[in-house]
Design a protein around this ligand. Structure first.
Ligand SMILES: [Zn+2]
Length: 290
């Protein structure tokens, strides 16, 4: 009899334990399922948010959080502008998180305050400009030079007298220039009008600064030569690189005298798009080549 009681109570205890284990398991299974559901909802939310940006070909998934905060800070901007500006790093301080420029020795090489050229970068095919239309001793990449010569000669036939005062600048030339500005004016002021070495577009060999012959370049904006350049430069492959009212994108003040060679076809497209070279690069050139 005693034995039977012991066996029975043992069985009851075992059943009780099995029940407990079973209950506990279902509970934790339920928890697992709920967690999984939550994860799926979260994933769906992220994807839906991404979609607002991701339908653009130049969308970069790794920038999603930055697009969102840029949008929150600039609600008036279109989604296209938000993606473009974040891809240009305009949500960051200039000269921070900088990367070496790619597409070296091409007409669409991008150099700005976030994309720099190496100290040793010297463009191929530099040629000396003729001092009949340029200050002596300055160089430009051959293709740009050939088109510049056509431009200057056609402008002359239209009664315009255009002269080149600066073109290719080496890294060390820019280094001296910038360091002198800093010495006289401090870093903060120097940064507003001079590029740091490596960050000057002049190092590409695809840039000219022009004036009306023997006039102050600061006056170029007020000349017929400037109006002629605005209307015609793209037909020779040149674009106004730092236009008026685009300072927040180019990070440079308006420079009526600074023209960048990109090739005729591209110059026409950029002119028609009304975008700066930086914006055009992010939207149509960078993604094509990556
Ligand atoms: Zn310039």
């Amino acid at each position: 009899m005693k034995k039977i009681v012991i066996i029975l109570s043992s069985i009851i205890v075992i059943i009780f334990i099995v029940l407990l284990v079973f209950l506990f398991n279902t509970n934790s299974n339920d928890k697992d399922i709920e967690e999984k559901k939550e994860n799926i909802i979260e994933e769906k939310n992220t994807k839906e948010k991404a979609n607002e940006f991701s339908k653009y070909s130049y969308y970069k998934e790794e920038n999603l959080n930055r697009y969102e905060s840029y949008k929150a800070n600039n609600p008036e901007l279109s989604i296209e502008d938000i993606i473009t500006r974040v891809n240009l790093c305009l949500d960051k301080e200039v000269y921070t998180d900088t990367v070496p420029s790619t597409n070296l020795n091409t007409n669409y090489l991008l150099v700005n305050k976030f994309n720099y050229l190496d100290r040793n970068y010297i463009p191929n095919n530099l040629e000396l400009l003729d001092n009949s239309y340029a200050k002596s001793g300055i160089y430009l990449v051959k293709e740009a030079k050939d088109n510049l010569e056509r431009l200057i000669s056609d402008a002359k036939n239209a009664g315009m007298n255009i002269r080149v005062i600066s073109a290719y600048r080496s890294y060390s030339y820019q280094e001296n220039l910038y360091n002198n500005y800093v010495k006289n004016d401090g870093v903060e002021n120097a940064d507003t009008y001079s590029a740091r070495p490596g960050y000057s577009e002049h190092q590409t060999g695809l840039v000219v600064d022009v004036t009306r012959a023997f006039d102050d370049f600061n006056n170029f904006e007020n000349t017929n030569e400037y109006t002629w350049m605005l209307e015609n430069a793209h037909n020779y492959g040149f674009i106004l690189r730092y236009p008026k009212d685009k300072e927040n994108i180019t990070t440079y003040s308006f420079e009526a005298w600074h023209y960048r060679y990109v090739g005729i076809e591209l110059a026409k497209k950029i002119k028609a798009s009304n975008l700066t070279f930086d914006e055009y690069y992010v939207r149509y050139l960078e993604s094509d080549n990556n």
